[in-house]
Design a protein around this ligand. Structure first.
Ligand code: ADP
Ligand code: MG
Length: 348
């Protein structure tokens, strides 16, 4: 198993800085996700760890092995890095059976046939494809093909598994069940995982820690509950979960909702213009009284909840009430809101 250390890594493509001063230590056996919008540099980071891309600057270590160093000018190719990798596209060989696909890395390593067959079968059972060894990829569903790719990435027992949006091509239900399968396999093997995704739900549900990236820059690294409850900035708050952003004005040690006398402690010690942030599930709505008065403008039925839009002093605020009766508070109703777990950020 392996610890991964990424120190001051940059990747420039001409004028584009795809990855800007990336620093991360992934502990032995840890599951870390790199999360961010499309184009933020996730794949480039993973490809540098894998050795498919060479860092412009910085050092990468896998275990004790320095696999890439701009200072020493050293660079180990992917096959010298003790890694397994799974991509978004299934990338299994169509002309090979499931067993041949999974056994290929062992064939390259010249593992003898009998041992190869045993290890392939064991791996196929781990990914619940024990009965499918003689099939060809076109005889499998997308989810099954992706499990073949996973088994092939793991068969040589690498210290590090790298996954780049492995579930993005699967439908929603399968995507969710595969999350748990991948996690179960990771726990069983105790392998270190770096998992790239743009899906915050996936990152939250699977990871020990999440690295949130935007425009090539790491915005925050933390456990899922940390980045959700204590986002480092507006970008992280916006990308993880739902959030209301409300223009605020700092007066003394309070931040006021712009145009109102409703205020909250200036926890972030912002000066001048601030943004008040509150998640829809942290707002209590009542008909009888509360911190501020508003008017319901729209509402949307979500089945398990009602999603309201409430106008408060000209600000449009989203409130999600679990188990609410859609008819109880019609559009136009006067309501009162109470904010809990308010966050304060710099306006920009
Ligand atoms: N080979 C390349 N040549 C030039 N630009 C690239 C190359 N690969 C990626 N980029 C650019 O680097 C940025 C990050 O890309 P990528 O790592 O693929 O993002 P993500 O995986 O987060 O969607 C993007 O602006 C992308 O256009
Ligand atoms: Mg990508």
């Amino acid at each position: 198993m392996a610890e991964v250390r990424i120190e001051h890594v940059f990747k420039r493509f001409g004028a584009v800085t795809a990855v800007n001063d990336f620093d991360l230590v992934v502990k032995d056996g840890e599951f870390v996700s790199i999360l961010g919008p499309s184009g933020c540099g996730k794949t480039t980071t993973l490809r540098m760890i894998a050795g498919f891309e060479r860092a412009t600057e910085g050092e990468i270590y896998i275990g004790d092995h320095c696999v890439s160093s701009s200072i020493k000018g050293s660079f180990a190719p992917p096959e010298k890095r003790d890694i397994g990798m799974v991509f978004q596209s299934y990338a299994v060989w169509p002309h090979m059976t499931v067993a041949e696909n999974v056994g290929y890395p062992l064939k390259i390593q010249k593992v003898d046939k009998k041992e190869r067959e045993e290890r392939v079968q064991k791996m196929l059972e781990l990914v619940h494809l024990g009965e499918y060894s003689k099939r060809y990829p076109h005889q499998l569903s997308g989810g099954q093909q992706q499990r073949v790719a996973l088994a092939r990435a793991l068969v040589a027992q690498p210290g590090l598994l790298l996954l780049d949006e492995p579930l993005s091509n699967l439908d929603a239900k399968l995507r969710e069940s595969m999350r748990f399968e991948i996690l179960a396999i990771q726990k069983e093997l105790g392998i270190t995982v770096v998992y790239v995704t743009h899906d915050q739900g996936e990152a939250m549900a699977m990871s020990d820690r999440v690295v949130v990236m935007s425009a090539g820059v790491v915005q925050q690294i933390g456990a899922p509950h940390e980045i959700y409850t204590k986002p480092a900035n507006k970008m992280v708050a916006d990308f993880i979960g739902l959030v209301n952003f409300i223009d605020g004005e700092v007066k003394g040690d309070r931040v006021f909702i712009k145009g109102s006398n409703v205020s909250f402690p200036n926890t972030a010690k912002v000066t001048g213009e601030a943004t008040i942030a509150v998640r829809p599930e942290n707002i209590t709505m009542s008909l009888s009284g509360g911190q501020m008065e508003g008017q319901v403008t729209h509402r949307f039925y979500l089945g398990d909840a009602v999603d309201y839009r409430v106008n408060v002093h000209g600000h449009d605020i989203r409130v999600i009430v679990k188990g609410a009766d859609i008819d109880a508070i019609p559009d136009g109703s006067k309501v009162y809101l109470d904010f809990d777990r308010v966050m304060v950020f710099d306006r920009n």
